[in-house]
Ligand binder design. Structure first.
Ligand code: ZN
Length: 489
């Protein structure tokens, strides 16, 4: 059910497109505006159609024709300008690569593009084509055809990174798509264990017994309703050749396999799709997979907080007071704010080994979705110097993250009469910011820390390169943050 697609990819010289087009069911081409269309295969037909439509060759426009060949090859053309941003490029690439099934072979090409633009266009086309690999399905009847073979008419450039990102994203989406009765905490752990063996990661599991001995009362508050298989998975990637000064990166993810809301139970409309509340952990895992494929020269720790937020006679309740792993006492206000509870202790655990940077991923707050919608995610950091890097990675990766502040005076809202801190407020005003401030308290040693509230974890109809509602948002953003913006490394 969880096999990662291995792309069948061949590189071809750009000039060979015309000769190969009859071998493809579908060809997607990015064309720089102003390019002579006669240089494209069936360019005369494309030019005539464009003219008949009365449209100019404007950036952002697309045109789809059926080639007058025996195969009836679909040729999807997208026009781009010199300043077309990555996100827009990705949205276009998603349209252009929407092949009809069955499709045995797809060609990806560009015309009139050079330098960085060319690399970005190739990355977008290939990323979008790979993102169409099918997610797990329980439908009976004929199986879906396997994804088409891909021929890439362009420089190989950065295709290794595109493939690594696509695989990490696919893993994140495939896990998130699995229903709650299939991806139970123990089943999730088995998938991770298997991956750890094939990828060569060190695997450790802190079960309830170990967490009780440690005193992880924030995590355990959530799991006391249903203890089956909950705990924190700790994975570690060690580079074959580590730079001596290389500091460890720590990835942390919220893995709530189903969120009923707890005794403050969610209404039906809000409980539907709550098997996806583990997406943050899947994105952390997908990012680890991509970094491993790219053989990054620094160690990576990955901590996944895996649990369910269940209803039951032993479930935690509002006004309960619990003691977190770092000693902080927390007054429970709303049992549906379970994400920050499991993350609090997981962040403490991750920061105690003093990594160079922690990044956490969580489908955390409705407030972040109200603030941004579901096309972008929210970014928070305990370092002001991170904010411009977040914006740069957001633009470069096409996964848009908008930074929010963590102002100290807002902490007043979390003052409790009976404990060190309240879990949240009942009003819910600025809850994404309060959740960030809450989590910040549990990061030990003032470790540099970045928190992603994944408002864009699900976007109806697809987002950027990804054609499914579940987006797996965050893998590409993180790769750009680490490898292009040089955050901490
Ligand atoms: Zn919840």
């Amino acid at each position: 059910m969880l096999t990662l697609p291995r792309p069948r990819l061949r590189h071809q010289a750009p000039k060979d497109l015309a000769g190969r087009i009859n071998h493809h069911d579908h060809v997607a081409i990015f064309v720089r505006t102003g390019t002579n269309l006669r240089t494209l295969p069936h360019g005369a037909t494309i030019a005539a159609r464009l003219q008949a439509r009365g449209s100019r060759m404007a950036a952002g426009e697309t045109l789809i024709i059926e080639a007058p060949n025996a195969r009836g090859t679909t040729i999807a053309v997208g026009f781009v300008g010199a300043d077309t941003e990555a996100f827009r490029l990705h949205e276009l690439a998603r349209q252009l690569t929407a092949y009809k099934e069955p499709c045995g072979a797809i060609g990806l090409a560009t015309a009139g593009l050079a330098g960085d633009h060319l690399d970005q266009a190739i990355d977008a086309l290939l990323g979008a084509a790979l993102a169409r690999a099918p997610l797990p399905s329980f439908r009976t009847g004929p199986k879906r055809a396997r994804p088409p073979a891909i021929e890439l008419f362009g420089p190989p450039g950065q295709t290794a990174r595109t493939i690594a990102a696509a695989q990490g994203n696919h893993l994140a989406r495939a896990l998130t798509a699995l229903p709650g009765n299939h991806l139970t905490p123990p089943a999730y752990r088995r998938h991770i264990q298997k991956l750890a063996r094939t990828e060569g990661w060190r695997y450790r599991f802190l079960d309830e017994k170990k967490l009780t001995a440690l005193g992880a009362g924030a995590f355990l508050a959530v799991t006391q309703a249903d203890k089956r298989g909950a705990g924190i998975v700790h994975l570690r990637y060690e580079p074959a050749r580590s730079r001596r000064e290389a500091r460890t990166l720590a990835l942390v993810g919220k893995g709530i396999c189903f969120d009923t809301g707890g005794v403050n139970v969610k209404p039906a409309r809000h409980m539907y799709n709550m098997h996806e509340d583990m997406e943050g952990s899947a994105v952390a895992l997908g990012t680890l997979l991509a970094l491993t494929a790219l053989k990054v020269p620094f160690p990576v720790d990955c901590y996944l907080a895996i649990a369910e937020n269940a209803v039951g006679p032993r479930a935690y309740r509002p006004n309960d007071v619990v003691r977190a792993l770092n000693g902080t006492t927390i007054e429970i206000v709303h049992t549906d704010a379970e994400g920050r509870m499991v993350l609090a202790d997981t962040l403490t655990l991750a920061s105690r080994s003093r990594p160079g940077l922690i990044i956490d991923y969580a489908t955390l707050t409705g407030a972040c979705v109200y603030a941004l919608g579901s096309r972008m995610s929210g970014g928070f950091s305990n370092r002001a110097s991170h904010l411009p890097l977040i914006l740069a990675a957001s633009t470069a990766s096409g996964e848009r993250v908008w930074p929010f502040p963590l102002p100290e005076d807002y902490e007043e809202d979390l003052k409790s009469d009976i404990a060190d801190i309240k879990q949240c407020t009942l009003e819910g005003e600025a809850d994404h910011i309060l959740a960030g401030l809450f989590l910040k308290r549990f990061v030990a040693h003032d470790t540099p820390w970045l928190h992603l509230d994944l408002a864009a974890g699900r976007h109806k109809g697809g987002l950027g390169l990804v054609p499914t509602d579940v987006s797996g948002f965050g893998v590409r953003f993180t790769l750009s943050l680490l490898l292009d913006q040089g955050l901490a490394w």
